[in-house]
Design a protein around this ligand. Sequence first.
Ligand SMILES: *Cc1c(COP(=O)(O)O)cnc(C)c1O
Length: 358
Amino acid sequence: MARRSEHRTMLMTPGPTAVPDQVREAMATEQPNPDVDPAFADRYEAVTDKLSRVYGTDDDVIVMGGEGILGLEAAIASTIEPGDDVLVVANGLYGEGFANFVESYGGNPKVVAAPRGQPLDVEGVTEALGTSDFKAATMVHCDTPTGNHNDIEPILDRLADREILSIVDAVSSLGGTPVPTGKIDIALGASQKAISAPTGLTTAAVSDRAWDVIEERDPSSLYTSFLPWKDVSEGFPYTHLAANVAALDGALDLLLDEGLTAVYDRHERAAQRCRQRGGEMGLDLYPAEELSSPTVTAFHVPGRATEIQRTVADRHDITLATGLGDMADDILRVGHMGYNANVGKVERTMDAIEDVLD
Ligand SMILES: *Cc1c(COP(=O)(O)O)cnc(C)c1O
């Protein structure tokens, strides 16, 4: 048996998050052969049902083997063909990154970028919509590296008016704060963020309109296509990650037993406390106040992030994240998502940061 109460490093990164004991134990149980045993198909169906409650949608929900990046690439690979114009709305690293996927599949990205940490450029989107017949538009709900929690609904409304397919990365918001799935054609999630299951699965809620587009597109590849997941009654396109699916099932049970409203409130309280403690010790938030996320807090600590991260780990055994890319040393990030959306854990983390800053 796993020892439960042994000392563990406190993992306060914005994904992967700490995984509750029940979920680790679900993963360690013996698994059926996913290609042979009907018990796996039943479990898969139950998991997609539970996930659709978290997404808040009647759309199809699929769960693919592969971590979150697979979903971002697959959404583009499944819908975009050479020559397609795609509107890429961004104010952070993941938002900007969609342009690379679009180019990889022969599409023409038109990037409407706001400065990182500033609200999405709705006016720029409106202007851009007048310039081309976009097939699709991409955006990120919570752009984790800079902690921007974006208000995407005004943009989704404009896309719906013009019947443009909306593709949204909700990887670090799904399960931690409501996602407006009803307005999204492809809403992407992953197991290791606010759902607090181990890394390894991509999730997507796919609208009927999106399926129509996916069915029309020449399959670009097997591995990055959503199409084989539309109907899995005859089997899965490749051997599924049964242990990961068992863990996701356990994590979704925890989440739904607690109740989504309670879960979202818990995230909000943890985030508020994190921002408040940071403010008291003189740390500046990186994103504009109205963009601060219920799942991750990014503090602006120019040139100091790596050292603070290392010292907190050495002295207090708590793992934090820095920024990514060219902002790596300028941003210190505390993840308070999923199992870590807990005021007590936030207090311990902020005590440690305060100690190190002294
Ligand atoms: C984590 C994350 C992903 C998936 O990327 P990882 O390789 O798991 O870090 C995609 N989008 C966002 C916004 C994320 O936070």
